[in-house]
Design a protein. Structure first.
Length: 310
């Protein structure tokens, strides 16, 4: 993917496409999971989801046999696997390719063999990397029941947070305006289009529209997938200041589709309030970062604080 080099200027916003080698989303989800094994002959081989330079720990009920625990073909892709006590530690040197699956066979001291497939992060709406996987052979053991209970409570808490977020968005004026913008109904909003930029590369056509508004600003991103092998999928978006890139600023986001197949187009609209641009030095410009399914940064739009009208 070609990456145009942004330059500092007085334009309302800057755009650049991230190369495929760029690091993944800094807040990519990391999970502590529980796996309950089955004695059924047709039991599935479980996937372990790993990311480059992130350690993943597998924890078992019994000690592992280091001599009979093997990660096939790890050389050049992983740091030497660590096997000790009840733990196996995996650390990829780089992100695995989309279709890479590395067989792992863990053998416990009682001779039990447990096969796994080490894979890139799971491709769900947000995806995740396994931080720790607790593996239980005895489903009814105290530790297995306790671990399963903790996992269920964590899922319940996440659902509560998601429901609360959705309730807030239903009442949010900024989310309502973002919805109007992706539907092409700018005239029903207080925003005024100020600048438009079009960029084409080998797998995506992108059009960026910047809007000024009273006490707010907005950006609309149109994506057309021209790649002929697989669909483009949205993963995450962040709004940050170049001075405090580790802190995400609040914003409203709407999109008309999270997956764009070849030849199809999708639209993402973002509305940011003036308060998001505030700092000790006054108003600052912000970076809007769009991440695709594999965790790579697809688009960065620099929003100029001058877009905010009084």
């Amino acid at each position: 993917m070609r990456t145009p080099r942004p330059t500092l200027s007085s334009v309302l916003f800057l755009l650049f496409l991230a190369s495929a080698a760029m690091a993944g989303a800094p807040d990519a989800r990391r999970e502590v999971r529980t796996l309950l094994l089955t004695d059924h002959p047709a039991g599935a081989t479980h996937n372990i989801y790993v990311s480059g330079q992130v350690a993943t720990v597998l924890r078992f009920e019994q000690d592992c046999d280091p001599a009979r625990t093997k990660l096939l073909g790890w050389e050049g892709r992983f740091e030497p696997p660590l096997v000790g006590g009840r733990k196996v530690v995996l650390e990829p040197i780089r992100d695995l390719g989309k279709d890479e699956r590395i067989p792992l066979l863990v053998t416990l001291v009682d001779g039990t063999e447990i096969p796994f497939l080490v894979s890139p992060p799971r491709s769900e709406e947000w995806g995740w990397t396994d931080q720790q996987v607790n593996v239980f052979k005895n489903r009814e053991s105290f530790n297995a029941v306790l671990s399963t209970l903790h996992a269920a409570l964590k899922r319940e808490e996440r659902l509560k947070e998601e429901n609360e977020r959705l309730k807030k968005e239903e009442k949010s004026v900024d989310h309502a305006w973002a919805t109007l913008l992706i539907n092409g109904e700018q005239e029903k909003t207080p925003f005024r289009k100020e600048r438009k930029m079009v960029l084409k590369n080998e797998d995506m056509d992108i059009t960026i529209e910047a809007y000024s508004g009273p006490g707010k600003t907005a950006a609309v991103i149109h994506l057309t997938n021209t790649y002929n092998e697989r669909p483009w999928k949205f993963r995450d978006a962040r709004l940050t200041s170049p001075r405090t890139a580790d802190t995400t600023r609040p914003f409203a986001l709407r999109m008309n589709r999270t997956m764009i197949v070849q030849g199809q187009s999708g639209t993402i609209a973002v509305v940011a309030d003036k308060s998001a641009f505030e700092s000790k030095e006054g108003l600052v410009d912000l970076f809007l970062e769009i991440y695709r399914e594999d965790g790579m940064q697809q688009v960065t739009v620099t929003l100029d604080h001058k877009l905010i009208r009084k």
